[in-house]
Design a binder for this molecule. Structure first.
Ligand SMILES: NC(=O)C1=CN([C@@H]2O[C@H](COP(=O)(O)OP(=O)(O)OC[C@H]3O[C@@H](n4cnc5c(N)ncnc54)[C@H](O)[C@@H]3O)[C@@H](O)[C@H]2O)C=CC1
Ligand SMILES: O=C(O)[C@@H]1CCC=N1
Length: 293
C-alpha cells in the first residue's frame, strides 16, 4: 500500500520501518499520530521496552503495531528498522543505548526524543558514525497538534531531513532549530502542555468553588480554552490585544487580572518556562558526566 500525507503528497516515510525503543507516553503519542494520520502502516512500526510485556500487548491490541510478542526478537526489530526512535527517560538512556549499539547500522536514521541528551553525547553512546536527529516533540502529537523542534547531526542527508520532517509533520508542526535551542524549545512547547493543563485544573477548581459540579466546570473551562486558542489562531491578533477586548474598565476581568498581576503570575509562568529549559540543560550535563565516567 502506498501511503499519502494529509495534503495528498506521497510520503518519504511510508516504505520505511520504524522501531520505537521505549514504549511510554511519548512513543504512544507519536505512534497514534502516525497511524491516525495515515503516514505509517502499523505493520511497519515496532516497539520495544525494557520489561513490561503487558504494556507491549496493550499497544499491539490498540494499534496493531509489531512487538516481540509477534514472534520476532528485539534484535530483528532493531536491525530491520530504517528509523530507530529512542524514547526512554534520560536516566535510562545510557544503559539502554549500550544494550543496542552493536545492532545499529550507519544507514539507519537515529531519532531521539530524549530531553537534554545532546547529539554529541548520543553519538558517543552509540560509538560509531550514524545520522542523528535530536527532537523535542510534545504529547499533543497524539491528536496531530504537536510541536516538534528538530536538530540534525552533521551527517544527516537531505533525504533523511525530509523523512524526519514528514514523520513529525504528520503529527503537528515542526521547527528546525540550532541544537543550542533544544533546551529552550523543551521549556516552551515540550513541557508546555502541562502548564496549560495546570491552568485548566486551577480554573476547574475555581469553578467548583463557585458552585458548578466538576463535569460542568470541565465543560465550561474546556470550551473557554478552545475558544481562546482559536481566537488567537483565527484572528491573528496579539493575545494581549484580545485580552484587552475582554477587559472592561473597572469591570470583572480587570479585577481578576489585577489579582494575577499582584501575585506575580506572569513572572511565575516566565520563570517556569526558563526553569524547564534550565532543567533540560542540567539533565544534559548529568548525562555527559555519566558518559565521561
Ligand atoms: N512525555 C512528554 O511529554 C515528553 C517526553 N519526552 C521525552 O521522551 C522520553 C520518554 O518520555 P515518556 O514517554 O514520558 O516516558 P515513559 O516513562 O512514559 O516511557 C519510557 C519508556 O522507556 C522504557 N525503557 C526504560 N528503560 C529502557 C531500556 N533500558 N530499554 C528499553 N526501554 C526502556 C520504559 O519501559 C518505558 O516504556 C523522555 O526522554 C522524555 O524526555 C519528550 C517530549 C515530551
Ligand atoms: O518532563 C520531561 O522531562 C519531559 C520532557 C518534556 C516534557 N516531558
Amino acid at each position: 500500500m502506498s501511503l499519502t500525507t494529509q495534503s495528498g503528497q506521497s510520503s518519504a516515510v511510508s516504505n520505511l520501518r520504524i522501531c520505537f525503543y521505549g514504549a511510554g507516553s511519548m512513543a504512544e503519542a507519536l505512534v497514534r499520530g502516525l497511524i491516525h494520520n495515515n503516514l505509517a502502516e502499523p505493520g511497519r512500526i515496532s516497539m520495544l521496552n525494557r520489561q513490561n510485556a503487558d504494556r507491549l500487548r496493550e499497544l499491539h491490541d490498540r494499534y496493531g503495531i509489531v512487538t516481540v510478542q509477534q514472534g520476532v526478537s528485539p534484535e530483528d526489530l532493531l536491525q530491520d528498522a530504517d528509523i530507530v526512535m529512542l524514547a526512554m527517560k534520560p536516566k535510562d538512556a545510557a544503559e539502554a543505548i549500550a544494550q543496542i549499539r552493536h545492532l545499529l547500522r550507519p544507514e539507519q536514521l537515529i531519532v531521539s526524543v530524549i530531553a537534554g541528551l545532546s547529539i554529541d553525547s548520543l553519538s558517543r553512546l552509540i560509538g560509531k558514525p550514524v545520522s542523528i536527529v535530536r527532537t523535542m516533540p510534545n504529547t499533543s502529537s497524539t491528536i496531530g497538534l504537536g510541536v516538534t523542534g528538530l536538530s540534525y547531526s552533521a551527517g544527516v542527508t537531505d533525504r533523511q531531513r525530509i523523512v524526519a520532517e514528514q514523520l513529525f509533520g504528520a503529527v503537528g508542526m515542526t521547527v528546525t532549530i540550532p541544537e543550542s535551542m533544544q533546551d529552550a524549545v523543551t521549556g516552551v512547547s515540550g513541557s508546555g502542555p502541562a502548564y496549560v493543563y495546570y491552568f485548566m485544573e486551577s480554573m476547574i477548581a475555581g469553578a467548583v468553588e463557585l458552585g458548578f459540579d466538576p463535569e460542568e466546570s470541565r465543560r465550561l473551562v474546556l470550551q473557554t480554552f478552545l475558544g481562546a486558542a482559536e481566537m488567537v489562531r483565527q484572528t491573528g491578533e496579539d493575545p494581549a490585544e484580545l485580552r484587552r477586548k475582554v477587559t472592561s474598565p473597572n469591570g470583572t476581568t480587570q479585577a481578576a487580572i489585577e489579582l494575577m498581576e499582584r501575585d506575580g503570575l506572569k513572572t511565575t509562568v516566565m520563570g517556569a518556562v526558563a526553569r524547564s529549559a534550565e532543567r533540560a540543560g542540567e539533565i544534559g550535563k548529568e548525562l555527559e558526566r555519566k558518559i565521561n565516567e
